[in-house]
Design a protein around this ligand. Structure first.
Ligand code: SAH
Length: 357
């Protein structure tokens, strides 16, 4: 059995699957899924994330979290949670930087939301000094005040796509195409599905694709309800857009190159851009505070990234050039600086978190 065979069997048994079911199966199938079967990060893998590019990323997040903790009134204990921690690099760098606030380090209980056994093993090694506790879903986290980090987690949660046709809305599904292949097909969208589309996109022109993500919206809803209950803050960083607009952003990436979505099934990462406006809509009604979304470049700059870069370069003059080019990659508008957005959500802080003026 392989992932392709499992997907074929499922479509044969119950018909074409929508993109949410498709992404869930391809990325998360417990035996053959993309994440459970590999470490996808780094030069040998499929993609590289900000913490793997520069230690400054995790360090600034550590300082951000220490500041948030003080603004929360220094709760002890406090959960430091990461959703989708990859190799655990952000928290390892964050914990090193947070040593400047020893009481914070003492109060921290690290909890990780991670489904991949391969990456859990990595995290266990990287974070061996901090006794992390793992969970399959955010809903399984213990109660209490919390600071949550999620970098490139939301893009891995599945999207669905609808297409405006001349005869109304249709939803994209994946179907069989001959004995080996798969293809996209359209099926009429039911009224509930149309209702779920972002309001600014309902006037899309025929042929345009509109994405929405029940999984991300459920995450936002759970997160904000929890913050209202037990206080804390969340930092959500991902590639995406600050306002809802039509467009097909579903992408497959293998070995650092884009690949056709239906070709390398299970051997390429599948993601879609995050619609931060839509996410914020899910959060707003609950009473938590939310800062205007900023770009990753602006956020890291506001946290003092340039000063940290200078200090590191002075300490390691032989590596100054590579340190600088890594930091540029995170912040330059034509690299990750603009494409990646940062959103903070909080409840029970006595001032705005840093980085969002
Ligand atoms: N935050 C890390 C890794 C990002 S890759 C970094 O910045 O380097 C995406 C991470 O999310 C991986 O750890 C992957 O295993 C995890 N993941 C993907 N889907 C998930 C899900 N539904 N629930 C929990 N973790 C998930």
């Amino acid at each position: 059995m392989s992932l392709r065979a499992a997907l074929r069997a499922r479509i044969q048994a119950s018909g074409p699957v929508n993109l949410e079911d498709f992404m869930d199966m391809v990325l998360g199938h417990p035996v053959f899924g993309y994440y459970p079967t590999r470490d996808p990060l780094g030069a040998q893998g499929d993609f590289t994330t900000a913490p793997e590019i520069s230690q400054i990323f995790g360090e600034l997040i550590g300082l951000w979290a220490a500041d948030v903790w003080m603004k929360m009134g220094r709760p002890d204990p406090v959960l430091l949670v990461e959703c989708g921690p990859g190799r655990g690099t952000i928290l390892a760098d964050a914990m090193r930087a947070a040593r400047v606030v020893p009481e914070f380090c003492k109060a921290i209980r690290i909890h990780l939301v991670e489904t991949s056994p391969a990456l859990r093993a990595h995290q266990a090694h990287t974070l061996r000094d901090f006794a992390p506790v793992w969970h399959d879903r955010p809903e399984d986290l213990p109660p209490g005040p919390m600071i949550l980090i999620a970098n490139e987690f939301l893009d891995a949660l599945p999207v669905r796509q609808c297409v405006r046709t001349t005869s109304g809305w249709a939803e994209r599904h994946v179907d069989l195409d001959g004995p080996e292949d798969f293809r996209f097909v359209l099926r009429p969208a039911d009224p509930q599905t149309i209702e779920a589309l972002p309001a600014p996109c309902r006037a899309a022109a025929p042929g345009e694709i509109v994405e929405f993500s029940p999984a991300r919206e459920a995450f936002a809803k759970h997160l904000s309800a929890r913050l209202v209950r037990s206080n804390g803050a969340a930092l959500l960083i991902d590639y995406g857009h600050a306002s809802s607009a039509p467009g097909d952003t579903l992408q497959a990436v293998r070995a650092h190159r884009f690949a056709p979505v239906l070709k390398d099934i299970g051997n390429a990462d599948l993601t879609a851009h995050v619609d931060f406006a839509r996410l914020a809509e899910g959060i707003h009604p609950t009473g938590v505070s939310i800062a205007p979304i900023v770009s990753q470049g602006a956020f890291l700059t506001a946290l003092g990234g340039a000063a940290r870069l200078e200090a590191l370069s002075r300490k390691n003059p032989g590596q100054a050039e590579s340190l600088q080019s890594a930091y540029r990659r995170l912040t330059a508008p034509n690299e990750m600086g603009d494409l990646f957005k940062v959103m903070a959500v909080w409840h029970g802080l006595d001032a705005l978190p840093e980085g969002f003026s």
